[in-house]
Design a protein around this ligand. Sequence first.
Ligand code: PEP
Length: 250
Amino acid sequence: MRRKIVVGNWKMNNTIAESIELATEIAEKAGSDGVTCEVGIAPAFPALYEVGKVIEWSGVKLAAQNCHYENDGAFTGEVSTRMLAAAGCNYVIIGHSERRQLFGETNATVNLKVKKALAEGLRVILCVGETLDERERGVTGEIVTAQVVEGLADVSDISNLVIAYEPVWAIGTGKTATKEQAQEVHAMIRARVAKLYDQKTADHLRIQYGGSVKPSNAVELFAMPDIDGGLIGGASLKADDFMAIVEAAG
Ligand code: PEP
């Protein structure tokens, strides 16, 4: 039985003070409401350390939104996994479609980051997903498979890794994949992971869905057999909406 996981990706939103306020509200609800799924939040870098301190007691996990694959050095503007671990992060999101589309991340750089983060002892949320054009051209399977296979190249142990399937056309657009569309890709990812590793590893792997998840559609998405929770953008910026999604995951 896989424990569902719901993580809020706050993207480039919230000052330190705003982050502390939102995190405190989420921690109070997640820490006291009989929530059984794993809950995480991913504030922007400047707020990570302070948010970590206010959620520590609650079991809510701290996630970063990106990392670099070197320890330190002349990489202006970047943050290493060593720094994230020292700041209290449990998870790091790697390969989000905004990173791939706006900042030129490739499957190769994603793979370097995945290996570095796991070696640092961080848990990884590896994001994959096709664009609208790719879906319309019928190459969703190929694209997502390449993202999984190349993103996991030379990664021998994925017990600390979660995959987030996020169709790019559904992120921040209000268009959600239907539960059947999402389930189909999740099942395909799990089958591919079984080929790459083994069936037991695939059965244990948690695969989140992301893309305009809201309180109104979370229950039906999370009820699908291969959907193990969600990576939530817009709806994670309001504690009530986020917690309604968390509750939908159990
Ligand atoms: C995301 O950015 O990971 C995401 C799923 O965003 P939204 O929920 O806003 O579509």
